[in-house]
Design a protein around this ligand. Structure first.
Ligand code: ATP
Ligand code: MG
Length: 218
């Protein structure tokens, strides 16, 4: 069944962006990136897709999916161009991007132009993603700049796969935000401020639920 949060299938072409991530927690770097992609690529919507069982991370270290989903909700719902999906967190299995993209193509049929938005750090290992050739054929990629990762480095890393892969990838420079979820988690654990790194409601949610704090004995 289609969630009411998702845009309805349309008889004219829908240009949708999917912003995948662990979002543990979501922060301004994610939001600025999605906003820029939305405007530059004329997207009807950007759908934030918190991962369920992230294949590239150690599950034990990732916050419960429901917390990550709610924080993402708090950060995106007020933007008319942004929404979010439970598809990966509800799938119950390890989610691969290629499976998510297939499911979106099934949901929306032929009138869909899908863009997968991903930071330079993630795109660097695209050739290790499940069925990456099929994935590159079934949607476009928007590879965005991220402080500390150079888009130039892609050529070296991809080697001979570069030409094939880059036919399907658009490069996008976004306003630089040197923020990561890892840094936010560290700051909370150390009692440092995270104000302005993430939207205020997300910050409040983190404190209310005591996320990222070492377990205290009292
Ligand atoms: P972690 O430190 O836990 O890995 P993260 O900050 O990298 O968290 P993710 O949820 O892993 O956040 O990232 C989701 C997507 O957002 C990835 O494609 C990543 O490249 C991109 N991204 C994350 N932070 C930024 C940022 N500051 N600027 C641009 N893109 C970013
Ligand atoms: Mg990351």
């Amino acid at each position: 069944m289609m969630s009411f949060l998702l845009p309805k299938p349309s008889s004219t072409q829908l240009r949708l962006g999917i912003m995948g991530g662990t979002f543990d927690p979501i922060h301004m770097g994610h939001l600025v990136t999605a906003e820029e992609a939305c405007q530059q690529f004329n997207l009807n919507n950007v759908i934030f897709m918190p991962s369920g069982e992230p294949p590239h991370k150690d599950k034990r270290d990732v916050t419960a999916a429901e917390h990550r989903y709610l924080m993402t909700m708090l950060a995106v719902v007020a933007n008319p161009y942004f929404t979010l999906s439970r598809m990966e967190i509800d799938s119950g299995v390890t989610s691969y991007t290629v499976d998510t993209v297939r499911r979106f193509c099934d949901l929306y049929g032929g009138n869909l132009k899908l863009f997968f938005i991903t930071g330079a750090d993630a795109i660097l290992d695209i050739t290790t993603w499940k069925d990456y050739k099929e994935l590159l054929e079934s949607c476009s990629f928007i590879a965005t700049s991220r402080p500390g990762y150079s888009l130039q480095k892609l050529r070296e890393v991809l080697g001979s796969a570069f030409t094939v892969v880059m036919r399907h990838i658009h490069l996008l420079e976004v306003p630089a935000m040197a923020i990561s979820s890892t840094e936010i988690r560290r700051r909370v654990a150390a009692g440092k401020t995270i104000r302005y790194l993430t939207p205020r409601p997300v910050e409040q949610y983190i404190y209310k639920n005591k996320l990222y704090k070492p377990l205290s004995l009292d």
